[in-house]
Design a protein around this ligand. Structure first.
Ligand code: NAP
Length: 527
């Protein structure tokens, strides 16, 4: 069973013990004490291990292996001995493979402290041999692993390296699965999180987590709370299906919180991760192909955002998958689904989400949009999906854009009208949809509509008018405040966001999405 280990950088005895106690409360089952900077007070080292509230790993990482310890090997040996000399012993000692191979003195000193076949009697402490590369995937990685496998005193293999792309995680999963010995294989950096979050799915000995974001001991290390609450650690098993949000950057996406809460709500065996992929098509293709090809990963699909919405269409076309016709005419897709038969489906849930965000509060079917006048403000990516969706339902769409040529170009493709943004006060539309970033955080005080020149229908018949802002941060934009103040109905951008996520969720799980759960997660995150 894969254990959750809290990594604690030790500077003093009592604070370290207090952090270990907090880690236990958060659900950690093991604690790694990094003693790199805590080597001079040997009795305190002994006491730390003896009083530890959790079984512990003792590590004194030298600076040449990415740690902070700059002393001599003799000093390090004294620390390991002190750790093993108290009433209770550490569960593991972590020693770098490079040091182990280089120093017969180190081997001679450590071997009596750990359990191994040559030991006269059983000892509760096992040896982890480890290898770290903070720059790259190390050359001769497999040779390092085989050296650890061959070392008779070594009970656990540990390798960690800076991931070059999401593809490196797959090699970490392969290494864990080979099981020469119990294994920890981790990737570091922005691309390395899957190896950490999915360690349990692949049967690693453990994964490391920090108590909080400020206390990580390696780049890309998640917090205990993220693993337990966000990434559904307790629910994961080898059959867990993996989904994610592909974009660049994706660090601040709300989608992992929404989808993982949704999986929890319907008890679906899935986990949803951020999937950063650099912008070029070749990166997208290489990563998605390899993730799809690794059968034990159970990669079921992804939300796809900027800059990859066009890349998704091209990829699925090349793979001879199916493309939703309207996504093809929009020229962008935001959802990849791998169907049960393995075939791929690319679709766009943005336009459907916008249609539902407008139709549901009005209690009308999409067909009833026919003939309604819809003013779309903006002519970029979001506007394109929304114009396509409303035009496909025979609404009379007029696009108002700062750059009129863009509005005309979009209008000509989807049987709509085009106007300059300056003409907005003349609009008699029933529905207004803002698809520009005007009013988005942090520029919250601005609006595409000016107070002394409101659109005509707002002035003449505000009770018939619906104003929908696709911006969801802030929850109520200046535009919505203006509309509300004259009596128009308003719809916030959160309604589109949760609905596009809900449609994805249903494509992947074949179950209705818990919209209220999605809404609550989003509102909590934005408040
Ligand atoms: P985009 O492709 O960059 O297009 C932006 C559009 O806004 C362009 O038409 C641009 O006009 C116009 N614009 C930008 N700044 C302006 C300004 N200062 N004054 C007047 N017009 C301005 O962006 P996008 O991907 O379509 O996204 C637009 C907005 O949609 C985002 O802010 C986002 O909040 C929202 N969105 C929401 C959701 C959701 O789920 N709720 C989903 C997607 C997008 P020009 O053509 O003249 O440059």
């Amino acid at each position: 069973m894969t254990r959750l280990a809290a990594a604690i950088m030790v500077d003093a005895l009592e604070p370290a013990l207090a952090e270990a106690a907090r880690a236990a409360e958060f659900g950690a089952e093991l604690v790694e004490y990094r003693l790199d900077r805590f080597t001079s007070d040997l009795p305190a080292v002994t006491e730390l291990v003896s009083r530890s509230p959790l079984p512990c790993i003792i590590t004194v990482r030298p600076s040449w292996e990415g740690g902070h310890f700059a002393g001599s090997e003799a000093d390090r040996i004294d620390v390991f001995r002190a750790a093993c000399s108290g009433a209770r012993r550490p569960a593991y000692l972590d020693v770098e493979l490079a040091a182990w191979e280089k120093s017969a003195t180190l081997r001679a000193a450590i071997e009596p402290l750990v359990d191994h076949p040559g030991q006269a009697k059983a000892i509760d402490t096992a040896l982890i041999l480890s290898s770290h590369d903070f720059e790259q995937r190390p050359p001769r990685l497999m040779q390092r692993i085989m050296a650890m496998a061959d070392a008779s005193a070594c009970r656990v293999i540990k390798v960690a390296w800076q991931a070059r792309s999401l593809r490196d995680n797959l090699e970490a999963f392969d290494i864990i699965t080979q099981q020469y010995k119990p294994t920890i294989a981790l990737c570091m950096g922005q691309f390395g999180q899957p190896a950490r979050v999915l360690a349990k799915k692949f049967g690693a000995l453990l994964t490391f987590a920090a108590l909080d974001e400020r206390k990580t001991t390696a780049p890309g290390q998640p917090t205990l709370n993220e693993l337990k609450q966000l990434y559904r650690w307790d629910k994961q098993n080898r059959n867990t299906c993996v989904f994610g949000v592909i974009g660049y950057p994706v660090g601040h996406s709300l989608s992992p919180a929404i989808h993982n809460a949704g999986f929890d709500a319907i008890d679906y065996n899935g986990v949803y991760l951020p999937m950063p992929i650099p912008p070029e098509y070749e990166h997208f293709k290489a990563t998605v192909i390899t993730w799809l090809d690794m059968a034990p990963l159970h990669f079921g699909g992804a939300s796809v955002t900027i800059p990859h919405k066009q890349n998704l269409l091209r990829f699925v076309e090349e793979q001879q998958g199916e493309i939703e016709p309207l996504a093809a005419s929009i020229g962008a897709a935001n959802t990849l689904t791998r169907r049960d038969d393995g075939s791929l489906y690319a679709s766009n849930t943005d336009y459907a989400a916008a249609l539902d965000a407008v139709c549901e509060p009005l209690s009308i079917a999409r067909e009833e949009l026919a003939g309604r006048k819809v003013a779309v403000i903006g002519a970029g990516g979001a506007a394109r999906a929304i114009v396509a969706g409303f035009s496909a339902h025979n609404a009379q769409v007029t696009i108002y854009n700062r750059t009129p040529d863009r509005a005309h170009e979009l209008a000509s493709q989807f049987n709509a009208q085009a106007e300059s943004l300056n003409a907005l006060p003349d609009s008699d539309a029933d529905v207004f949809i803002n698809c520009t970033p005007i009013g988005m955080h942090p520029s919250v005080g601005v609006s595409p509509v000016t107070d002394d020149n409101l659109p005509r229908s707002w002035r003449d018949r505000p009770g018939d008018v619906v104003v929908f802002d696709t911006i969801y941060n802030p929850l109520e934009t200046k535009l919505l405040q203006q509309a509300k103040s004259v009596g128009c109905r308003t719809i916030p951008g959160t309604e589109m966001f949760i609905r596009q996520a809900a449609a994805q969720f249903t494509l992947w799980t074949n179950q209705p999405a818990p919209l209220d759960v999605f809404r609550n997660v989003m509102l909590n995150a934005l408040q």
